[in-house]
Design a protein around this ligand. Structure first.
Ligand code: GDP
Length: 612
């Protein structure tokens, strides 16, 4: 069957068969699946009143609209669905508890702290961590592993709460985008001296979109001008009505700075969980959960914090996490203690993965290493394919910067076409005069008067050029070709606009400049000789944090005595640490032996300076 010829293009129609496309596919991807030239799909879309290029990724609706026009049933598959199917092919179901009601046991709530910047999210997380009885008893100081668990007593019972230790909304939304529902309750921090602010309402929106109940922590009540009642009144407008106003939302006045009200807050979290949620999981099945944070550690290899959501994770088990896999070699809890098993809602640091998973990646315990490896490899292959599909897209004004950052491009190649020779020359003159310094070159490989021809587009393809069109349009097949091949054609009718845009892109192409930013300082209290390693500085962190692998210098009486050092080893007590915060003691090795008591170790990093 043939579709009505649109613009002279005949397109073979389907007969109702199903076409599966990944979310965010382009017309070119669609064309590939049904064996049709993408340029003709562009024309069909135009006929349907939508202007899209062949390579741009389009919405689900557009794919479906195009499908029904051509008599195909389009099934848009999200990455999560693809992954679910992959796991199903190994007989694994992610996300569901195995067994029936009788297999379920209560699990602690998992809490994320959100709220406006500077309202005290970080302080609150610190205050809660320090109230952690369990860690104090173990004699340790909690490490930052991305999440921690505290115990509190409610109605005479010991109850636990797990906190995700990354304040802010990015972590929450990034995980949700990846399909990971980790958070049971949001603690919304609102400063009593500042009230409801844009990110406060943003947090409310995120929480309600996820269907997660909110407990409001009215912070900074110690401050002059604090008005906790006003916060309550303001929040009623957003559907958060305090109990004293006849609503059901728990509001707790706190001072994160002074550590006041923390116990009440913990109690309110437990009460909210009990009243609104049925938090249970099967502790006896193979463990499943999500990665919260991960990095590569020089000494220990891949180090990942995972949150167990159901089942119990044990040392020695085979797991797959995103495209990383391996045997759990060791597990550490948030106090740095080795643990053998982690039940539901417990965050643990897992050692033994082959590489570093991403935050939000799910993890699953599988029967044997082989299955873990196969799942990981298939995920990695899928990721590679998606990357390749993206990199097939050619240079455009928008992606210059990214390509430059990847070290791909330091020359911007242009083809200029215009309606009259005067305008082409004027444009070329102006463009080559843009002063962006020595590091980036702009090269015009062709200039001419008249419409953009297929030959122009072919030249752009072979030399990765961008076409600047001044008051002209592509002729006939040139547009089709450009669309199919993803050549960026920029249309202008005002010279200044052209110059502005290209100048901005060129500036983005400039190599970044760096400036030094101090990260932390530590004072040396004692010098230890360690065999084979040399002298290690027993220190106390005086400001900021000391991070392993960061650059360092040694300062004695205000004079730099050694530069170009690196924090090669960092230990708290006997354990390796990646980061030690202000006020804590640690052992620092900088690979330099002439260190003395009272010397100061300064750490810093080089940060990119924004251009003006
Ligand atoms: P975040 O951006 O929400 O993480 O906010 P921070 O936790 O970094 O806190 C911002 C500022 O408010 C810091 O200077 C804190 O010391 C201060 N702050 C936080 N909580 C309190 C509090 O309860 N009382 C007072 N007076 N200051 C606080």
């Amino acid at each position: 069957m043939q579709a009505p010829a649109i613009g002279g293009v005949k397109i073979p129609r389907g007969n109702g068969q199903t076409v599966r496309l990944p979310r965010g596919a382009s017309l070119a991807d669609f064309g590939d699946k049904i064996g049709v030239n993408p340029a003709s799909l562009v024309q069909v879309m135009m006929h349907l009143g939508e202007m899209v290029t062949a390579t741009q990724s389009v919405s689900d609706e557009t794919l479906q609209l195009l499908g029904s026009e051509l008599n195909y049933v389009v099934e848009v598959v999200s990455p999560e669905e693809e992954d679910r199917e992959l796991l199903e092919s190994f007989d694994i179901e992610f996300g569901e508890n195995e067994g029936d009601e009788s297999d379920l046991a209560a699990r602690p709530p998992v809490v994320t702290v959100m709220g406006h910047v500077d309202h005290g999210k970080t302080k609150l997380l610190d205050a809660i961590r320090h109230s952690n009885v369990a860690a104090r008893e173990a004699g340790g100081i909690t490490q930052h592993i991305g999440a921690y668990q505290v115990a509190t007593e409610v109605d005479g019972q010991d109850r636990k709460i797990t906190f995700i230790d990354t304040p802010g909304h990015e972590a929450f939304t990034a995980m949700r985008v990846r399909g990971a529902e980790t958070t049971d309750i949001v603690v919304l921090v609102v400063a009593a001296d500042d009230g409801v602010k844009p990110q406060t309402t943003e947090a409310i929106d995120h929480a309600s979109a996820a269907g997660v109940p909110i407990v409001v922590a009215v912070n900074k009540v110690d401050k002059e001008g604090a008005d906790p009642q006003k916060v309550r009144a303001q929040l009623t407008e957003y559907g958060l009505v305090a109990e004293e106003f006849g609503g059901e939302t728990q509001f707790v006045d706190i001072s994160a700075l002074k550590g006041e009200g923390i116990d009440n807050l913990l109690e309110s979290i437990v009460l909210t969980a009990d009243a609104e949620l049925d938090l249970r999981a099967n502790p006896d099945q193979d463990a499943q959960g999500v990665a919260i944070e991960a990095h590569l550690d020089r000494g220990r290899g891949s180090v990942a914090t995972v949150l167990v959501q159901r089942g119990t994770l044990r040392v020695g088990e085979s797991i797959v996490c995103g495209d990383a896999y391996g045997r759990v070699r060791a597990m550490l809890d948030d106090a740095g203690n080795q643990v053998q098993e982690a039940p539901p809602s417990t965050p643990v640091l897992v050692l033994g993965l082959t590489n570093v998973p991403g935050a939000g990646d799910n993890f699953i315990v599988v029967d044997d290493d082989r299955v873990a490896r196969q799942i990981a490899q298939q995920r990695a292959a899928r990721e590679r394919n998606a990357q390749q599909a993206k990199s097939r897209r050619r240079v455009s004004l928008e992606n210059w910067e990214a390509q430059l950052a990847a070290g791909d491009r330091e020359e911007l190649v242009l083809i200029i076409k215009g309606d009259v020779s005067g305008s082409v020359e004027a444009l070329e003159d102006a463009l080559v005069k843009i002063d962006v310094g020595e590091e980036v070159a702009l090269r015009v490989i062709r200039r001419g008067v008249g419409a953009i021809t297929q030959d122009d587009v072919n030249l752009a393809i072979t030399s990765d050029a961008i076409i600047v069109a001044f008051n002209v349009r592509p002729e006939g097949r040139a547009r089709e070709l450009a669309d199919r091949e993803g050549v960026d054609i920029r249309f202008y009718s005002v010279i200044y606009q052209a110059i502005d845009q290209i100048e901005a892109a060129l500036k983005g192409m400039l190599k970044p400049e760096f400036e030094e930013v101090q990260l932390g300082t530590a004072e040396i209290r004692e010098v230890f000789k360690v065999p084979r390693i040399g002298n290690v500085a027993g220190s106390i962190v005086r400001s900021g944090t000391i991070n392993r692998n960061s650059k360092a210098r040694l300062v004695r009486d205000g004079v730099v005595v050694a530069d170009n050092l690196t924090v090669e080893s960092l230990r708290r007590f006997k354990d390796d640490a990646t980061e030690v915060r202000e006020g804590f003691e640690c052992g620092i090795g900088v690979g330099y032996n002439d260190i003395k008591v009272e010397d100061v170790i300064e750490t810093f990093e080089m940060r990119e300076k924004p251009r003006v």
